[in-house]
Design a binder for this molecule. Structure first.
Ligand code: CA
Length: 255
């Protein structure tokens, strides 16, 4: 969930956009006046939304000025809305530091897609900067230890042979315990653009990973499925595991 500020003076459009974003699980706030937007989004006591949707033509202060002022102070994703579809507006908006733009009439589906793409990019950058710091730190929980330098996984006293992708998946999940990763995020992060839409790829790898870790009743239970959402590594609870995930094909090898 992200906190998104919608700066738009057309009441109906502002409400449509806000409602659409709320339907996607975000928290929204509408600002209709340029000067109010400037006061709320810049200077001392400013609010810190995760993303700003900013109309170009506003009463009080125009969108370009607001964009420029926000950019002087900080980095926050900005999506510009513009009534004029001329290239100049687009270029102007982008040069001023908007991350994306949409021309009116605004397609709500496109807006949803752009917003989630930007939020995903931001999330990815955050995790990456965190992961870079810890990317050589070995992990030891319960019976599981993961050594990123030697790319070695040990369960109990048995070494587990994982493929590169299975290893990366386990290390990413286990190095952020409790954090939920969506399938889309995992695909983007570990497989790259070419795989977009093949969320099943993630499921298949998770299933194989669980089996290799020992199947249900083992440390594999710490890899938790959140139905319709994604996966997380749960350090405390050994909650759910796939029903079809019986430990019949354990492929651990004794060191
Ligand atoms: Ca307007």
């Amino acid at each position: 969930m992200a906190h998104i500020v919608v700066v738009e003076d057309e009441q109906q459009l502002a409400h449509l956009i806000a409602q659409t974003l709320r339907d996607d699980g975000h928290q929204t706030e509408i600002i209709r006046d340029g000067q109010v937007a400037l006061d709320r989004l810049t200077g001392p006591g400013r609010i810190s939304p995760d993303l700003i949707i900013l109309d170009l033509g506003l009463p009080g202060v125009d969108g370009l000025t607001i964009c420029r002022r926000i950019r002087r102070e900080r980095i926050v994703p900005i999506v510009m809305l513009t009534a004029k579809s001329s290239e100049l507006d687009k270029v102007l908006g982008l040069e001023l530091g908007a991350d994306d733009y949409l021309t009116k009439p605004v397609s709500l589906r496109e807006l949803q897609a752009r917003v989630s793409a930007i939020l995903r990019r931001v999330e990815m950058m955050r995790v990456e900067s965190r992961t870079e710091d810890d990317s050589t730190k070995p992990i030891t929980y319960h019976d599981l230890s993961v050594d990123p330098l030697g790319r070695e996984v040990v369960v109990g006293d048995q070494e587990v042979n994982l493929t590169a992708k299975e290893f990366d998946l386990l290390y990413l999940l286990a190095s952020h315990p409790g954090r939920v990763f969506s399938r889309t995020y995992l695909l983007d992060r570990l497989w790259g653009d070419g795989y977009s839409g093949f969320e099943r790829t993630v499921d298949t790898h998770i299933q194989r990973l669980r089996r290799k870790l020992g199947g249900s009743g083992s440390v594999a239970d710490h890899i938790v499925t959140l139905w319709g959402v994604g996966y997380k590594y749960d350090r405390v609870n050994s909650a759910t595991s796939d029903p079809g995930d019986a430990p019949d094909t354990v492929t651990t090898t004794v060191r």
